[in-house]
Write a protein that binds this ligand. Structure first.
Ligand code: ACO
Length: 320
């Protein structure tokens, strides 16, 4: 018994912000951003919040799967930009969809969030606790970045992607998930600080911080390693993989991973040019685009891989 993706959906805000638009608010240029990252534009939420994007992506995934919300047993949301400290985005989605039979909670693994949530659902299904679930990767990092910091604000965008997953005989073949909490400072965002009548301080909110070069080095080393691990442990030839759907942070990271894996770039679809880095949403948005473009056929072998703050990273091998 394993689990299979039976429907996908995604949602990105309507508002497009180009590199030239950003050059009007910080000292940057289209040439710098495109050359270093591959990003040309991103979608930024103006009216939408995190749960709104998640609900829209979920509705589209359910429609694609031909399923009703009442048929869901579990909703897991990978996010680090929930609208509330509590309740979870997953509970907000459950309520909005009317998924009255589903349990719901969030998983915090930053840009690896969708992958970690999908792997958790797979474990629940293998343990026969649940049969059908919804996994969402969603982030609205535009509310966490410092719009005066050119080294980070140009990288991110907002969006959501979702997948409906059901117990079946074929589908997910193997997964690996890794964490290195000793390196948490490389990529972080402080939440509300303690401020109260005892210490006489006002609580403060922080912005996203990133050591870009450390993240780059981490990603190009760990992503190929975990992809090799997932292939070796499932005794799968790398040549049999049709697509490597990687976290869309930076085209140079994807190119470097392809080179290290000795695989052609044609196996590495990319869309960061249009959306920037949407954190937990990049992998499911890209998967949804491939699905809707008819590029995925039954039996195709695909590797998904995410990496991000924590540090966290992982890979999943599945058959479509
Ligand atoms: N526009 C113009 N100049 C800039 C900008 C900008 N937006 N941002 C930084 N610079 C300048 C810096 O100030 C610096 O100037 P200096 O030499 O005068 O000091 C110069 O560009 C080089 O800065 P670096 O930080 O060394 O640039 P680098 O080549 O490392 O590129 C980048 C930065 C793109 C972030 C790169 O480190 C990278 O790709 N890192 C990977 C991390 C990543 O993609 N993170 C995404 C989020 S994390 C995740 O999803 C897991």
């Amino acid at each position: 018994m394993t689990s299979r993706i039976i429907g996908t959906g995604s949602y990105t805000p309507a508002q497009i912000v180009t590199n030239d638009d950003l050059a009007k608010i910080v000292d940057t240029s289209d040439e710098w951003i495109t050359g270093r990252t591959g990003i040309r534009e991103r979608r930024i939420a103006t009216e939408e919040n995190t749960s709104h994007m998640a609900v829209e992506a979920a509705r589209r995934a359910l429609e694609n799967a031909g399923m009703k919300p009442e048929e869901l047993d579990l909703i897991l949301v990978g996010t680090t930009s929930a609208d509330h400290c509590f309740p979870s985005v997953a509970c907000e989605v459950q309520g909005a969809l009317g998924a009255v039979h589903a349990s719901a909670f969030d998983i915090s693994a930053a840009c690896s969030g969708f992958l970690f949530a999908m792997n958790a659902l797979q474990a629940f299904i293998q343990a026969r606790m649940y049969r059908t679930g919804l996994v969402i990767g969603v982030d609205c990092l535009s509310k966490l970045v410092d719009w005066n910091d050119r080294s980070t604000c140009v990288l991110f965008g907002d969006g959501a992607g979702a997948a409906v997953i059901r117990a079946e005989e074929t589908g997910i073949r193997h997964t690996v998930m890794k964490s290195d909490g000793a390196k948490w400072q490389v990529l972080s965002c402080i939440s509300r600080t303690n401020g109260n009548f005892l210490n006489n301080k006002d609580p403060k909110l922080g912005y996203l911080y990133m050591d870009g070069q450390e993240v780059f080095k981490f990603a190009v080393k760990k992503v190929p390693e975990c992809i090799h691990e997932v292939l070796d442990e499932s005794q799968t030839e790398i040549e049999s993989i049709k697509y490597f759907v990687l976290h869309q942070a930076n085209y140079r990271i994807v190119e470097s991973v392809a080179k290290r894996l000795k695989q052609p770039m044609s196996k590495f679809p990319m869309n960061m040019e249009r959306y920037g880095n949407t954190s937990a949403a990049t992998v499911p948005i890209l998967l949804d685009e491939l699905n809707r473009e008819g590029k995925l056929e039954s039996g195709d072998r695909i590797v998904l891989s995410g990496f991000g703050a924590g540090l966290t990273w992982g890979a999943t091998l599945l058959e479509w």
